[in-house]
Design a protein around this ligand. Structure first.
Ligand code: ADP
Length: 236
């Protein structure tokens, strides 16, 4: 829904006519998208339509051939590689289908590391990590290594890690794709709770149920650009 009031909200993501090719494949072909602070946006579309490329652009992991990508007021095209890495660590949280936790670190250290990498002293980082694990209901698993955690616990730890630096934007790539339905529902509840306290979400998924439950706006992509946008009813 677009109203004058909505337009005055802070823009967290703006892609403007972004193009990206890989050889013959046009991964993004005129992709434009605006996400405002507090939005929960689900991006759906067939395999190969450019969803992962979109997430990579927004995370500053890939650069457009043409067009601009702005996140949290920063034109990512103006940052060099080091600048992009710092920007990503400070302002973007990411969660993935397969969690991407570090196997050799227990849960608490996996989470604390995200803040230590931005220069937060270890003690302070560990204190905040523990608070987050507590809020996400996995504080009792803080000394456990990823291999011994359930899928749902791993994703909670990964969400805690993503939130460590209070990111302007939380990106999620099939966040429930590797979970059984009960754990998946719990992670969806978590995403809804986070959005309700103001966290901006951009979720890429094949799962209509996840999109309907967690997002207030659905962006449908095909052939590297948006073909339809619609608002979704809030979950009951
Ligand atoms: P989706 O996430 O919707 O499945 P992708 O963004 O992964 O789509 O891919 C869009 C298109 O770009 C596809 O045709 C894919 O094969 C191609 N593509 C994406 N990344 C690469 C890459 N690193 N090298 C070559 N082709 C790629």
């Amino acid at each position: 829904m677009t109203t004058d009031q909505d337009d005055s909200r802070q823009v967290v993501v703006r892609l403007d006519d972004v193009h990206k090719e890989y050889g013959e494949a046009k991964a993004l072909d005129g992709m434009s998208l605006t996400v405002h602070a507090g939005d929960a946006v689900a991006v759906m579309g067939p395999s190969g339509c450019g969803k992962s490329t979109l997430l990579n652009m927004v995370a500053g992991l890939d650069r457009p051939a043409s067009g601009t990508v702005q996140v949290h007021g920063q034109d990512l095209g103006k940052l060099n590689e080091t600048g992009l890495a710092l920007f990503r660590r400070r302002h973007i949280g990411m969660i993935f289908q397969f969690f991407n936790l570090i196997d050799d670190l227990p849960a608490l250290d996996n989470v604390a590391l995200a803040a230590q990498l931005t220069g937060t002293p270890a003690r302070q980082a560990r204190r905040r990590a523990l608070e987050l694990l507590d809020e996400l209901g996995v504080a009792d698993r803080r000394d456990v290594y990823p291999a011994a955690l359930s899928g749902g616990e791993r994703q909670r730890v990964a969400v805690a890690r993503a939130l460590m630096n209070r990111p302007a934007l939380l990106l999620a790539d099939e966040p429930t794709g590797a979970l059984d339905s009960r754990s998946g529902e719990q992670v969806m509840d978590l995403l809804i709770d986070l959005n309700q306290i103001g966290q901006t979400l951009l979720i890429v998924t094949h799962d209509q149920h996840l999109a309907t439950r967690c997002a207030d706006r659905l962006v449908e992509m095909a052939d590297g650009h948006v073909v339809r946008e619609s608002s979704l009813e809030p979950a009951p």
